[in-house]
Design a protein around this ligand. Structure first.
Ligand code: E4P
Length: 213
């Protein structure tokens, strides 16, 4: 399973670069960074990681979305064009993927959207776990359903578990067979922290300091 970092902050990406295979951004995430030149920021992110860097289009109609996607893809070979999982985004994915451009169909909230993303050649589909949980639905069930459907039909699109709020989401997405999870730096840090590890290190080091001499 690959791990992507859900941030556009260069310090955070640098701090966690040894653990991650790529980066996901969205307009909200990018807008949190103070930058006069977002293209430069995206290029700097591409330099920090080896894998895909998802950058989302902001156009809402087919022609504009297609043009924006093509322009984003030209910026760097690691860029994966993030498109909304709707009528226009799905159609644009079909066109871009036919040209060999990687796409990430985002804001996926149903298995049928994921089926269509696969049919439209998406490299990734991003089901949002946390946002479904927020409205009283089960985000992890959606991950399980999509993984099962994709296995059944050998769809090549990668399931990218997104809107991940805690390490339980990460474990359950992994058990379901998600190809990628994208996590915030905070969730990634929580994934490597355990209180018993902390206590154990303190105990060992204390015992060593107080050893018989
Ligand atoms: C994924 O690519 C999205 O950027 C992200 O996971 C959205 O998460 P949120 O629901 O915490 O905003």
């Amino acid at each position: 399973m690959k791990i992507f970092l859900d941030t556009a902050n260069l310090n955070e990406i640098t701090n966690y670069k040894d653990f991650i295979d790529g980066v996901t951004t969205n307009p909200t995430i990018l807008s949190k960074q103070e930058s006069k030149n977002y293209k430069n920021l995206i290029l700097k992110i591409c330099d920090l990681v080896k894998g895909h860097v998802s950058v989302e289009v902001i156009s809402e109609k087919f022609d504009d979305m297609l043009k924006e996607g093509q322009e984003l893809a030209k910026l760097h070979k690691q860029i994966c064009v993030k498109l909304p999982c709707n009528y226009y985004g799905l159609r644009v994915s079909k066109y871009l993927s036919e040209d060999g451009i990687a796409t990430n169909l985002t804001l996926c909230f149903s298995a049928t959207q994921a089926i269509l993303a696969a049919k439209c050649g998406a490299t990734y589909v991003s089901p949002f776990i946390g946002r479904l949980d927020d409205v009283g639905q089960n985000g992890l069930s959606l991950i399980r359903e999509i993984c099962e459907i994709y296995r059944q039909y050998s769809f090549e699109t990668n399931v990218l578990a997104a809107s991940v709020r805690n390490s339980y989401h990460v474990t359950q997405a992994a058990i379901a067979g998600a190809d990628v999870v994208t996590v915030t730096p905070k969730v990634l840090q929580n994934c490597m922290d355990h209180n018993l590890t902390k206590i154990g290190v303190e105990l060992f080091n204390n015992d060593w300091k107080n050893r018989k001499k």
